[in-house]
Every structure is written in C-alpha cells, then in structure tokens.
Design a protein around this ligand. Structure first.
Ligand SMILES: [Zn+2]
Length: 198
C-alpha cells in the first residue's frame, strides 16, 4: 500500500477544517478493503475556548468522508487513479437516487461526490430526496437538495455539508490535495494546476 496515503488523507482533513479546526485528528492505521485503502482516523473532541462561536462542521463526518474519498482515489492502484472520462454521466448513472442529473463540477471532485453519494445510499436516501443542483461557487462545492424530510437533521444533510467543506481541500481539476485560491478567479486547485490551469 503506498506510504503517502495517510499523509494525503490528513492533508485533506487539514485543508477542509484548517489547521486549528483539525487539532486532535490523527491517522491510526490504514486498512486494505475491497473498497480501497481505508484510513482510520482518531477524532478527539475539540476543546473550544469560551466565546468561540465559529461554526464548525461535524469533524467525525469530515474524517469519514475523507477516508471514503481517499479509498476510491487509491483503489487497486499504486498511484491515484485516473478520473473517468465521462465523470458527470457516471455519477448520474451510478447514483440515480442521490445525484440524478449531471453535475456541473470539474473532474477532480469525482471521488468526493462518489464517496458522498455511496455513503448517503448506505445510510438510507431520505424520502423525496432529490439533488437540485451540484455546482462550484467561489471555489467550493454547492450541493442543493430537496427532500420531504428535514434534511438538515438527517445524516444525508451532514454528509452533504461535509462534502462542501472537503471540496475546499480538493483540486477541482485532478483530485489531489489543493486549496482555495483567490485572485482573478476563485478556484480550489493543487499547486500544479494553480500554475497551469486545466
Ligand atoms: Zn490538480
């Protein structure tokens, strides 16, 4: 199993939560599974200073989603797998109840969206669930859904929110660790694609 996997997984978590938000999260081990190498994180409760009212996502959900995404990215491969050529169509075909229609996102978020959609299917797609739009805005993922249940209180809502946070750490072009860069364009890219877009 490639030795870079735990470091890469941790860099996605740190990129999603920033350094302070990722305090107390570490990699325990990596388990080979049929779904790919699964990074097991330890997520300690975050001690927050009194008066700290920053809105933070569920760190356990972020870590689990990153683990699932990294597993897909490295499945059966000594290096990160290539993104399927028809990634938008593949997502719609593989996850009709969750994604349904073509996404408007770049290829680099393919494993992120695949991991999130599969996890939502495992936990149970909420009644009347439908993705209205899956797109990029200001460099990160916006995933709009509707549901006849209150999705914010459901696991599906937590997974979608985590996917939006994690997108800020994933190059939208290639799926490598990246960061959201401001400038003429606000885009989340790895170092290589920041120099040479596309
Ligand atoms: Zn890239």
């Amino acid at each position: 199993m490639p030795r870079v996997i735990p470091a890469e997984a941790l860099s996605f978590v740190r990129g999603a939560l920033d350094e302070a938000g990722a305090v107390g999260i570490s990699v325990i081990r990596v388990d080979p599974t049929p779904q790919g190498p699964r990074v097991q994180f330890e997520v300690l409760p975050l001690r927050r200073r009194r008066g700290d009212t920053r809105r933070l996502p569920d760190r356990g959900v972020i870590a689990e989603l990153v683990s699932r995404m990294v597993a897909l990215r490295w499945k059966d491969s000594p290096e990160p797998r290539g993104i399927p050529e028809h990634h938008q169509m593949d997502l719609a075909i593989d996850h009709p109840r969750v994604i349904g229609d073509f996404t408007e996102t770049g290829p680099g978020w393919h494993w992120l969206l695949s991991a999130a959609a599969s996890w939502i299917e495992e936990t149970g797609v909420p009644a009347g669930f439908r993705s209205v739009q899956v797109k990029e805005k200001f460099g990160t993922l916006r995933w709009y859904v509707c549901s006849s249940e209150d999705e914010d209180r459901l696991q599906a809502g937590r997974i979608i929110s985590a996917a939006e946070w994690v997108s800020g750490a994933v190059c939208e072009t290639c799926g490598a660790p990246g960061k959201t860069r401001t400038g003429g364009w606000i885009r989340t890219m790895c170092d290589a694609h920041a120099k040479r877009p596309g």
